[in-house]
Ligand binder design. Structure first.
Ligand code: CDP
Length: 220
């Protein structure tokens, strides 16, 4: 993709590390498309919960039933539809989903379904005329886009991250989620090889954005 001057950036980090805020600021600045892969895992989890399918039964479901994943653009963000259903942010970002999502996200069959869809979004953004893509999540630089032009890993102390959730009014026991996400067998949360690692607990949003911007400038 680089030969077309289309930049791909992976942005990984644990809960509350600042991924969404950073991704949106960079996307606005550079006219990139934004993909929040956490919402993908939340949407699939809710899809299964609504069908009363517990995590253990998901592999069997996926063996026999096709789950259709389609996209729609809203400003510079990609909205995911699961079998034609769009779940709003309020439905996906709440205490119940914060509790459930990691149990669905650790299922290999769920991850391989989303992997194919997520990789396809690189071309989706390119075809829509964006000048690049930022995909945020846990395994983007390591698994989804291992050849991203720039890999960024955000981190901050647990009390800083927990404090951000509280000030957003979100109930979220992030240390439990971090633990499940970083110890699972497939595509665990990690700082990918070659990523720039940024402590967002000691920098402002503007400082984080300008640091990443310097790396983006050095790509061209
Ligand atoms: O916003 P926050 O960082 O708290 O969470 P999120 O990005 O919405 O991700 C929700 C959950 O989805 C994570 O805790 C992981 O279990 C899962 N996830 C994942 O496994 N891989 C990704 N690339 C993104 C999210």
């Amino acid at each position: 993709m680089q030969k077309y001057n289309y930049i791909s950036i992976s942005l990984d980090g644990a809960a509350g590390s600042g991924k969404s805020t950073t991704a949106q600021a960079i996307c606005q600045k550079y006219k990139y498309i934004h993909v929040d892969t956490g919402l993908h895992y939340r949407a699939l989890s809710l899809f299964f919960l609504n069908k009363n399918i517990l995590p253990d039964l998901v592999p069997q479901y996926l063996l026999y039933d096709n789950v259709d994943l389609t996209s729609q653009l809203e400003e510079f963000s990609v909205k995911l539809f699961v079998d034609g259903i769009y779940y709003s942010k309020n439905e996906l970002r709440n205490e119940r989903m914060n509790k459930e999502v990691s149990y669905y996200a650790r299922i290999p069959e769920v991850r391989s379904l989303l992997l194919k869809y997520q990789r396809g979004l690189v071309k989706y953004g390119f075809d829509l005329g964006f000048s690049g893509i930022i995909m945020d999540g846990r395994d983007i630089g390591s698994v989804v886009l291992p050849d991203a032009n720039l890999k960024v890993f955000l981190h901050a102390e647990i009390d800083v991250r927990q404090g951000r959730r509280l000030s957003d009014g979100e109930h979220d026991s992030i240390s439990k989620r971090d633990n499940i996400d970083s110890t699972r067998k497939v595509a665990p949360l990690m700082c990918p090889n070659g990523a720039i690692s940024i402590n967002t607990g000691i920098l402002s949003v503007n400082e984080v954005v300008s640091l990443i911007s310097k790396h983006i400038s050095s790509l061209s």
